[in-house]
Every structure is written in structure tokens, then in C-alpha cells.
Design a protein around this ligand. Structure first.
Ligand code: GAR
Length: 187
């Protein structure tokens, strides 16, 4: 049995897609979803799917949550819109097992402060002719770990931050779970 846990800070559309995808895969289980935000939409989305959630704060993040993860011993830790930096203890406990999705073609539009709307505003301001998504391993620097997968979509001058966000989410929902599945199969 392969197992995954998901970390998310926001609406949780990717977390939900991942859960729905693996409901149909008998040998992969989404054990739990973790969030740093007690008001995050992800909690309701995930609970309605029957997957347990845990809300944590700065205090429990560094040790208690890590200790719990060590016990769960997931095959992969998946960051799906999770905005806090991953502490060194996590990286040491799960080497090459923590992956993140980022809403741009890294290394473009990555780094601290580059998330959600900030990314899409910058892409529109720079009149990019294409954008996309990046799934990558997590290391000690924001958005700098080895790239696992990228997918692209083209943009036109009529695109707005909203339409870029929509195109990007469409790519995320199409590819993220399948990429996770492939990684699990190759572990
Ligand atoms: C996704 O677009 C993801 O790429 C982005 O947060 C969004 C979460 O959406 N992640 C980052 O910006 C990380 N730097 P969701 O909550 O609907 O899944």
C-alpha cells in the first residue's frame, strides 16, 4: 500500500482532486490533510470526502506534526497550495519524498512571496506569451528543488490575472494526481 499526506493552506481544489483520483486506485490511500489555516476551504472539501484533517499552528508545526508524520510514514508528502516554509526536520525525515506544485514555469515567478494572485499579476504585467505549472521536489529554498514535471499553456494579450489563474488551475487539476501516481509507482 502506498500512502500520501497533503498539506494545504487555501481553498483545497488540488487536495480534493488528488483525493478523488486516488479513490479509484486501490493501492494508494490519502491518509490525512494538514492545514495551517483553520478557515481554509480545504477543511470542508476534504472532510466531505471522509479524509481526516489536522489544523496546526507555528508551535505544533515544528515537532508535534512532524512526530505524527513520522508515525504515519507516508510514501509521499504533497504540498498543494501550502504556503509555509518546510522546516529542515521534515526534509531530513523525508528525503526526496516532499513535493510541491507551483503555478508557474519555474524558475520564473518563484521564490518567497510568489504565490497565488501575485504570480498571475506578474505574468500579466510582463506580457508573457505562455505560462504553466511546475511540480518539484522541496528543498530548503522556496521553489528551487529539482523539477519533476512541467506543463504549459499559451497566453494572449487579452488574458487577465483571473484567466491566467483559471488556465493554470486547469493544468494543475489535469496533471497533479497523475504525476503523484507515477512517482509512487517508481518508488
Ligand atoms: C495552486 O494554484 C498552487 O499551485 C498554488 O496555490 C494554489 C492552491 O490552490 N501554490 C503556490 O502558489 C505555492 N507557492 P488550491 O487551494 O485550490 O488547490
Amino acid at each position: 500500500m502506498n500512502t500520501i499526506v497533503v498539506f494545504a493552506s487555501g481553498s483545497g481544489s488540488n487536495a480534493e482532486k488528488i483525493i478523488s483520483y486516488f479513490e479509484k486506485v486501490s493501492h494508494v490511500e490519502v491518509l490525512k490533510v494538514y492545514t495551517n489555516n483553520s478557515k481554509a476551504g480545504v477543511i470542508a472539501r476534504v472532510s466531505s470526502k471522509g479524509v481526516p484533517t489536522r489544523v496546526f499552528d507555528r508551535e505544533t508545526y515544528e515537532k508535534e506534526v512532524l512526530d505524527e508524520l513520522k508515525k504515519l510514514n507516508p510514501s509521499l508528502v504533497v504540498l498543494a497550495g501550502f504556503l509555509w516554509k518546510i522546516p529542515q526536520g521534515y526534509l531530513s525525515a523525508f528525503p526526496s519524498k516532499i513535493i510541491n506544485i507551483h503555478p508557474s514555469l519555474l524558475p520564473k515567478y518563484g521564490g518567497k512571496g510568489m504565490y497565488g494572485g501575485h504570480v498571475f499579476d506578474a505574468i500579466v504585467a510582463n506580457k508573457e506569451s505562455e505560462t504553466g505549472i511546475t511540480i518539484h521536489y522541496v528543498n530548503e529554498h522556496y521553489d528551487e528543488g529539482a523539477i519533476i514535471f512541467q506543463a504549459k499553456t499559451s497566453l494572449s494579450t487579452s488574458d487577465t490575472a483571473e484567466s491566467v489563474a483559471e488556465k493554470t488551475h486547469r493544468l494543475e487539476h489535469k496533471h497533479f494526481a497523475a504525476v503523484i501516481h507515477k512517482l509512487l509507482e517508481n518508488q
